[in-house]
Each structure stands twice: as structure tokens, then as C-alpha cells.
Design a protein around this ligand. Structure first.
Ligand code: UGA
Length: 437
């Protein structure tokens, strides 16, 4: 099939590359000419495992190309996906101006029937607006269908997620659009759920907020574990073995971050209020999430007494492992909190350093080249992101390099018994703190 994708960010680029990899002809469109130039030169602007290879393979096979022109994309494809950013506004609602602009631009160059697919995460009823807008600016009166096709990929494993989806959701009205969409997804051999457009849009918000709710749920349980001397990892295993619950997304920690959950939960709360059915449960999810960082900081303060002039090493800047994305990263917020209290922070992340250098809130942190360099002379180590590289580090060396061997593990990366044996004072989430043996 001939497909174009407007917006070459995380979702657009990975989707385009994977569509090409299963045999479609794909044109990725972006209005950032520097990004298009760099993609044409073979440079991939984001770190995502496996993405570069897929892009290079499909560019060489001439199934994937990049353009700055929407007209080029629309003229040369049967289906046009919209995958542009939908950023959060200060009041929690979503800024849909990029979607609206792209809808207008597509309408202006529409000469024949096209399926226009929204892949960006949007509040329910956005599809109706997109259809209205295209109708209004459709100069040539071409026929079209609007479809909602939410994306469920996770950063850090986006290519694997996209190639092996749990399900494909197609929110559409007409048979013609549904048939074309089914052809796009045929090679993925995944279950396809066809719904109306509003339901498809809601599925995305409901899925993300349910996952966030699971995380906040286990984090609330973690607090009870700490107060009662239980172990949240064991509790999560025990409830997760119930197939109705499942163990995924029950990892306690310093809270969820990233470009999706915080924004989508806020947007779902806002749209539910606008619809007159406030979703207050999600406000509690947000409250618990914000509280995790506070509680973690309190534990650091309780142990170190004052943070002023303390040398604190931080492992992790990205909002999760296997990505260079630092948007809404709890690690960054934590560092900023500790700097504000006068601590001297030295931080390291395997992939997030370059982006972190641009964040003014942590400009006073020293970013160094390795996990071991970060702990040199440190009075405490804070683990904020659970990279494998940290899990595989030589703990004996870490202890040797630190001035005082105190570890605050915000992602439960290590086993408390092991840490005590190496000689650390070890604090984690929802588990008993341990002293050196
Ligand atoms: C999330 C969803 O998982 C995807 O299905 C969705 O497509 C995507 O948002 C999106 O809307 O685009 P993502 O934000 O990339 O994906 O990453 P997740 O793996 O979901 O992690 C989100 C946050 O939750 C991270 O900060 C992670 O550390 C945290 N988390 C995750 C936990 O604290 N505990 C867990 O058990 C799982």
C-alpha cells in the first residue's frame, strides 16, 4: 500500500519505518526541514533500539523516503496518517493546533479519495473536528474518510511493540476506509478491533490512564509495605500471578513520567470534566504519583539530614531505560529538587546526557561520562532510571569509589540482601531499608 505519515517524531518515524519494513511504500512528512535533511542523510534524530537499522534497510529498498511537502505525501499515497505532537496546555487540556493545521493542509491538496488517519493521542471527539475541518477546506470537493487509529507503542521498545502489537484499534465509519486500514495491518497478524471513532479515541486515553492507575496503585501499596515491614516486590508478584490482574506495570518506584502518561491523564481528566462526568479517580492517581517523588526525597533527607553541600550521584536522566527521552522525567525533577536544596549533583545516563544538557533546571548538575565516574567521592547514590548498565555494574567498585556507601534506589533495581552484603546502606521503594552486613 502507499502510505504517508505527517509528523516524523517518535510515533510517526517508528510507524513509518515499520510499515515500510512489512512491505508498504511509505513517505514520512515533516515541516522541520533540518530533520528531513538529516533523515535523508541517514541520521536518525532519536535513540530507539533497532530503529536506525529498520530505517536504513527500507530507505535502501526504496520503500521509505522523507519529504517536507504534505502535497507530495498526499498525492502519492492512499492513506495519510497524522502523527504530530499534541502537547499539554497549562490547564491540562491538549493543544490540538498542530492537528488542526495538518488537517487544513491535507484538505487544501486533496484531489482524490483518501483515508485520513489520526494516530496522535487526542481527546475523544477530535476525529469529528478533523472531519469538519477537512470538509471546510476541501477546495476540490474530494471524498475522504477520517479514521482514528491510536498507537500503543512504548518508547525504548517501540519497534518491537509496533511489529508485535497486542491489538490494532480502527475507529471508522465507512466500509471503504475499514477495508483499506485492514490491508495496512494485514502483515502484522494482530487482532483487529473495529469501533466507532469516539470509542477508538477513548480506548487510547483509557488504556494509558489504566496503566498509570496500576502504577499508582502499587506505589500506594508500597507505602503501606514500608509502614508495615512488608515487601512490595513480593506483594506485586503475589497479586500479579492472578491472571485477571497480571504482573506488568506493577513495578513500584518514584513514579511514572515521560511524554505520555502525565499528559494523557491530565487530558482525560479535563475532557471528562468538559463532558460533565469528572473522573476524580485519576486525580488520585496523579496525587499518588507526585507523592512518590516527595516521599523519596524525604527518605533521602531523613538519612542525610541536610542536603546542602552533600555530594550526590544520580544514575539515570531518561524517563525510562532504553531511550534518550527526558521529557517529564522524574529523574530530572529529582535532580532539580536536590540542587535547589544545595546538593552537589553528579549525574550519568547511558543515552540521555545530550538532551539533559539543554535543561536549565539542572544546569548546575555535573554530567559525567560513566556510572563509576558519577559515584566518585559521593556521599549518596540515587538510582532514578533502571538501565541494565546499572544493574550490571561492579558493586564492589561502586562502594570503593563512594565517600559514604549509601544508596537510594528509586526503581528497586537491586536486591536488598546483595546490597547489604556488599556493604551498602540501602533504601528502596516499598521494602525494608538494610544496613551493611
Ligand atoms: C506509554 C504506554 O505504555 C504505551 O502503550 C503508549 O503507546 C505510550 O505511553 C503513548 O501514549 O505513546 P511510554 O510512556 O513510552 O508508553 O512508556 P511506559 O513503558 O509505559 O512507561 C511510562 C512510565 O511509567 C515510565 O516513567 C516508567 O518508569 C513508569 N513505570 C512503568 C513504572 O513506574 N512502573 C511500571 O511498572 C511501569
Amino acid at each position: 500500500m502507499d502510505i504517508s505519515i505527517v509528523g516524523s517524531g517518535y510515533v510517526g518515524l517508528v510507524t513509518g519505518a515499520c510499515f515500510a519494513d512489512v512491505g508498504h511504500n511509505v513517505i514520512c512528512v515533516d515541516n522541520d526541514s533540518r530533520k528531513i535533511e538529516s533523515l535523508r542523510a541517514g541520521k536518525v534524530p532519536i535513540y530507539e533500539p533497532g530503529l536506525e537499522e529498520v530505517i536504513h534497510r527500507n530507505v535502501s529498498a526504496r520503500r521509505l523516503r522523507f519529504t517536507g511537502s504534505i502535497e507530495d505525501g498526499v498525492a502519492n499515497s492512499q492513506i495519510v496518517f497524522i502523527a504530530v505532537p499534541t502537547p499539554q496546555q497549562p490547564d491540562g487540556s491538549v493543544d490540538l493546533s498542530f492537528i488542526e493545521k495538518v488537517a487544513r493542509e491535507i484538505a487544501g491538496v486533496l484531489t482524490d479519495y483518501r483515508v485520513i488517519v489520526d494516530k496522535s493521542t487526542v481527546p475523544v471527539k477530535t476525529g469529528e473536528k478533523v472531519a469538519e475541518s477537512i470538509k471546510r477546506y476541501n477546495r476540490h470537493g474530494a471524498s475522504f474518510d477520517v479514521v482514528s487509529n491510536p498507537e500503543f507503542l512504548r518508547e525504548g521498545c517501540a519497534v518491537t511493540d509496533l511489529m508485535n502489537p497486542d491489538r490494532i484499534v480502527i475507529g471508522a465509519q465507512g466500509e471503504r476506509a475499514i477495508d483499506l486500514m485492514k490491508k495496512v495491518y494485514e502483515p502484522f497478524m494482530a487482532p483487529i478491533l473495529v469501533t466507532d471513532i469516539n470509542s477508538a479515541e477513548l480506548i487510547k486515553h483509557a488504556a494509558n490512564s489504566f496503566l498509570a492507575l496500576k502504577i499508582s496503585y502499587i506505589n500506594a501499596v508500597a507505602s503501606i509495605c514500608e509502614a508495615s515491614g512488608a515487601d512490595v516486590e513480593k506483594v506485586a508478584d503475589g497479586i500479579g500471578m492472578d491472571r485477571r490482574i497480571g504482573r506488568n506495570f506493577l513495578n513500584a518506584g518514584i513514579g511514572y513520567g515521560g511524554s505520555c502518561f502525565p499528559k494523557d491523564i491530565a487530558a482525560f481528566i479535563t475532557i471528562s470534566e468538559q463532558l460533565g462526568v469528572p473522573f476524580n479517580l485519576l486525580k488520585e492517581v496523579q496525587r499518588i504519583n507526585a507523592g512518590q517523588r516527595e516521599r523519596f526525597l524525604k527518605a533521602i533527607r531523613d538519612t542525610l539530614w541536610v542536603l546542602r553541600e552533600k555530594r550526590i550521584a544520580v544514575w539515570g536522566l531518561a524517563f525510562k531505560p532504553d531511550t534518550d527521552d527526558i521529557r517529564c522525567s522524574v529523574a530530572i525533577d529529582l535532580i532539580s529538587d536536590m540542587l535547589r536544596e544545595g546538593a552537589h549533583v553528579t549525574a550519568y545516563d547511558p543515552k540521555g546526557m545530550e538532551r539533559a544538557r539543554e535543561v536549565s533546571a539542572i544546569a548546575d548538575a555535573k554530567l559525567v561520562g560513566s556510572a563509576l565516574e558519577a559515584v566518585e567521592g559521593a556521599e549518596a547514590l540515587v538510582i532514578a532510571t533502571e538501565w541494565d548498565e546499572f544493574a550490571n555494574v561492579d558493586l564492589g567498585l561502586v562502594k570503593e569509589r563512594m565517600a559514604t556507601p549509601i544508596v537510594f534506589d528509586g526503581r528497586n533495581l537491586f536486591d536488598p540482601g546483595t546490597m547489604a552484603n556488599v556493604g551498602f546502606h540501602y533504601h528502596s521503594i516499598g521494602r525494608k531499608a538494610v544496613a551493611p552486613r
